[in-house]
Design a protein around this ligand. Structure first.
Ligand code: NAP
Length: 559
């Protein structure tokens, strides 16, 4: 069993055990706070969904046909910007004229209609009725949260959305304490919410561990991840003032170290990775040459090993270094991390850009790309001091016009990385097929580079790239260059709004196009990756399934 299989096995056993341990762990964590209970309000855990594998919101999971998360067409006047305006208008969106109340479980259950829709997220209750027509996922989706504690549902679908800011005018109050002292099934308000569960230790201890040592002038931290580390690296390091946060992204798992350092260090961290042995070494330079008696004081969630999806998002302020036009409406942004930060973004993961629009935080995911599609002739172990993002500017969008207008040197808040592609899906694959539409190409870009550089067993990789017009094709010349350079790589372009002069394929994705494209030679192992607008993805998944590709042979990128 190799390390990714082991990790998978850990994950499965964790999921199996989680259901049975969740109540007792919550109970034991809460019991530690019993002395404080008189001043904290604890409500009943209303809903603990069972954990299936992969998790329902996982990017690994392909929604059953017709059930994928779709965006709906919002009525005119119901954009995000319109919502922000409404929240600033002074209109009473809760029906309580500014009062904040304590909500019992019974009371919450009563508010379960479209016109009177309350939900609880992390112990706080919101009235969603006014937001109903503004929800990009539509009314039906939002009504799943009506009258219940929707924390888990919310986290599964889009935990990165800054709901506190978006819904602050909809806040009804807090869940009330249930007088019952019974611990089983209790959940805590935000301040008391137990730490996300660490994976129970499997039979063999696969949990990463760390060590540290010092010289006169340096402090060195060594993390033994106990797995091979992909060439893109896995370390996300943030040194902010005296706080050092180190996160290792290991497939679906995240290992976190977090200290307030004993003494001051210079704001630069050197990260060295020994990929094959899974060792990451950080070197910090002491501000004053003196002996440290300890590394520092542990901060929240220090030394925890949990699923990435359970880890809170961490933001840092980055500087916009450059903007390069890729097409008429898409730019490649290069963002520089602060001097104390290093971000090695694993392939297929996205980061979050957060900015304040009229006082409301707006957050959107963007897949990290490389500077160019063509892999360098020699791979270098790069340490991420900057990141590249491909941003399509939608004139009616809230965030992208703002980003497009940012001057060089402006600051942008970047959270993450996040996402669940594990390289295990590529193991033994001989034929890699990619169906991408528009900016859905971005996760494919790094996948292509990686496959060309490191997966020699892949005999053929084919991209079918859907766009409206020729001018919309991202990195077209690089794709063409790659085709001529790399025998294994092939691209087919399909345009839905082609000019008369276009001689290539036309139309939208259909069965006929895929039938010839997705060949399955004897003794091959195929993987089909799909990414694009929700409707495109849904059609592509349906068609691929109709061609008898199994769930294991399909990976859908969804952010
Ligand atoms: P776009 O230009 O609007 O569309 C690209 C192509 O897809 C067009 O040819 C379009 O045909 C076709 N298409 C759109 N909807 C379709 C449908 N329902 N059925 C069949 N074909 C359809 O795309 P875009 O504006 O770049 O948007 C890209 C999307 O990818 C965004 O929604 C973005 O969120 C998503 N994305 C996701 C990830 C991720 O999950 N990791 C990463 C990057 C991008 P028509 O002209 O006929 O509409």
């Amino acid at each position: 069993m190799d390390l990714e299989e082991e990790e998978e096995e850990d994950y499965r056993s964790e999921s199996r055990r989680k259901a049975s341990t969740v109540f007792s762990v919550i109970a034991s964590v809460l019991s530690g706070f019993l002395g404080n209970w008189a001043c904290f309000k604890v409500s009943e855990m209303l809903n603990v969904p069972s954990q299936a594998f992969p998790a329902a919101g996982s990017q690994q999971r392909v929604a059953p046909a017709g059930q994928s998360r779709n965006k709906v067409v919002l009525k005119p006047g119901h954009s995000l910007l319109d919502w922000i305006r409404l929240t600033k208008s002074g209109q009473d969106l809760t029906g309580l004229r500014g009062r904040l109340i304590e909500v019992t479980e019974d009371e919450l259950k009563k508010h379960n209609t479209k016109k009177d829709c309350w939900t609880c997220i992390r112990g706080m209750v919101y009235n969603l009725s006014a937001y109903m027509d503004f929800h990009p996922g539509g009314e039906e989706e939002l009504m799943r949260a009506a009258g219940i504690d929707s924390t888990d549902l919310f986290d599964e679908v889009h935990r990165w959305v800054n709901y506190e800011s978006m819904l602050k005018e909809c806040l009804v109050g807090r869940m009330a304490v249930k007088p019952s002292p019974a611990l089983q099934g209790l959940s805590a308000p935000p301040s008391l919410r137990p730490e996300p569960l660490s994976a129970p230790l499997p039979a063999k201890d696969h949990r990463p561990r760390y060590d540290w040592f010092q010289t006169d002038g340096t402090v060195n931290i060594v993390v033994y991840t106990k797995r091979k580390i992909p060439s893109a690296g896995c370390a996300v390091v943030d040194l902010q003032d005296d706080n050092l946060r180190v996160e290792m992204l290991l497939g679906r798992m995240s290992y976190l170290l977090y200290w307030r350092l004993s003494s001051r260090v210079q704001d630069h961290v050197d990260v060295q990775t020994a990929h094959s042995v899974g060792k990451v070494q950080l070197c910090l330079r002491k501000s004053v040459k003196e002996k440290w008696t300890q590394l520092g004081q542990s901060l929240e969630h220090h030394d925890t090993f949990i699923q990435c999806k359970d880890r809170g998002l961490f933001y840092r302020e980055c500087v916009l270094l450059s903007k390069t036009d890729v097409t008429h409406n898409t730019q490649l942004l290069r963002l520089q991390l602060p001097p104390g930060s290093r971000m090695q973004v694993p392939v297929g993961r996205h980061v979050y850009l957060k900015t304040s629009v009229q006082g409301t935080d707006v957050v959107k995911p963007y897949t990290a790309v490389d500077q160019m599609l063509i892999p360098p002739s020699q791979s270098s172990a790069e340490v991420g001091s900057d990141i590249h993002l491909m941003i399509k500017v939608y004139p009616d969008g809230v965030l992208t016009p703002h980003i497009a207008n940012l001057p060089i040197g402006a600051s942008l808040s970047v959270g993450g990385p996040e996402g669940s592609l594990t390289l295990r899906v590529l193991r033994d694959v001989t034929h890699l097929y990619m169906l991408a539409a528009g900016t859905g190409f971005t996760p494919m870009a790094r996948l292509i580079r990686l496959a060309l550089q490191e997966f020699t067993v892949i005999r053929k990789m084919k991209l079918m790239f859907f766009n409206r017009q020729e001018r919309d094709i991202l990195w077209q010349s690089q794709l063409d260059e790659l085709c001529t350079k790399e025998e294994r790589f092939e691209v087919q372009h399909v345009l839905s709004e082609p000019a008369d002069s276009w001689t290539g394929r036309r139309g939208r994705i259909d069965a006929c196009m895929l039938q010839n494209f997705l060949e399955r030679p004897e003794n091959s192992k195929c993987l089909v990756c799909v990414c694009g607008p929700a409707g495109f993805t849904e059609s592509a998944v349906q068609l691929v399934r109709q061609l008898d590709f199994s769930e294991e042979e399909l990976h859908v990128f969804q952010a």
